[in-house]
Design a protein around this ligand. Structure first.
Ligand SMILES: Nc1ncnc2c1ncn2[C@@H]1O[C@H](COP(=O)(O)OP(=O)(O)OP(=O)(O)O)[C@@H](O)[C@H]1O
Ligand SMILES: [Mg+2]
Length: 253
């Protein structure tokens, strides 16, 4: 995979992972218009597509089901074996816009499929990485995808929290597990939706580097309601400022 930078967003539910991942894609496309950028929606709840203004027609889970159905013993084969037999299918699920590419993991129909889709996703990241300069992954809430080594190849791990005790605890837990299961080069925290500066004193991040403190973004709230995508957001927005600062602190811009 060489020089591919793989940036993943991880953290408690509802803290802003999807919004930050989307704004990161926007920032990278503007800073590096000639680089190849891939956005991966790794959350089965789906959200990154909407935030980026993408229509998803085919997901990784759709491909997985097609391949399983077309291969003898498909159900018992591992993700690696299956992918070896149908590599080219994956590129069918990549949506390309002028500025970036996009792929979504999709929502498996039954719970049992979900760990399969996670191992599939892990292989796909490894498989497509060479074709891109930057990969931005919007992770599922919580620690499952770190535990299952889906994030193994991530080079820049961004832990997102709000000012809550619960959020910072999840960040600490993810950091501990990531230290053994993710081969990251850089890791840092984004504290999002800060009500005001005074909450900083309560943040218990055990000395983890903070990449950016981001306040309440009224543009984002408005965009959420009208369902507009981040590419229509003003350049001087709170989110855009915070993301650019985080990218600088990660050594990415
Ligand atoms: N800085 C901010 N200012 C205002 N609203 C924000 C900010 N960050 C996120 N939000 C809003 O908070 C909500 C949750 O954000 P988002 O969906 O990005 O979180 P998430 O971590 O991806 O959630 P989930 O775990 O459910 O996937 C959204 O309505 C989003 O618009
Ligand atoms: Mg999300």
């Amino acid at each position: 995979m060489g020089m591919t930078r793989i940036i993943a967003f991880s953290g408690k539910g509802g803290v802003g992972k999807t919004s930050l991942a989307a704004v990161t894609v926007k920032a990278l496309t503007e800073k590096f218009p000639h680089k190849k950028i891939l956005a991966i929606d790794a959350d089965p709840a789906v959200g990154l597509a909407t935030a980026l203004g993408i229509e998803v027609s085919l997901t990784i889970d759709d491909i997985r089901r097609k391949v399983v159905a077309s291969v003898e013993d498909g159900d018992t084969k591992t993700a690696v074996e299956l992918l070896g037999e149908a590599k080219y299918h994956i590129f069918d699920a990549i949506v390309e816009t002028e500025a970036f590419s996009f792929i979504a993991v999709g929502r498996p129909e039954s719970a049992g499929c979900y760990c399969k889709i996670n191992s599939y996703l892990k292989e796909i990241i490894a498989l497509v990485a060479d074709n891109f300069d930057y990969i931005v992954i919007d992770g599922e809430a919580g620690i499952e995808q770190i535990n299952r080594r889906v994030m193994e190849k991530v080079t820049h791990l961004v832990l997102v929290t709000d000012a809550s005790k619960k959020g910072t605890q999840v960040v600490q837990t993810i950091k501990k597990v990531a230290d053994t299961l993710v081969m990251y080069e850089k890791l840092g925290v984004i504290v999002n939706r800060m009500p005001d500066e005074s909450v900083k004193q309560y943040l218990d991040l055990e000395g983890l580097p903070v990449l950016a403190y981001i306040g309440q973004d009224s543009d984002l709230s408005a965009f959420d309601i009208t369902g507009q995508n981040v590419f229509l957001m003003p350049e001087e927005s709170v989110m855009m400022g915070g993301v650019c600062q985080a990218l600088e602190n990660l050594g990415l811009a």
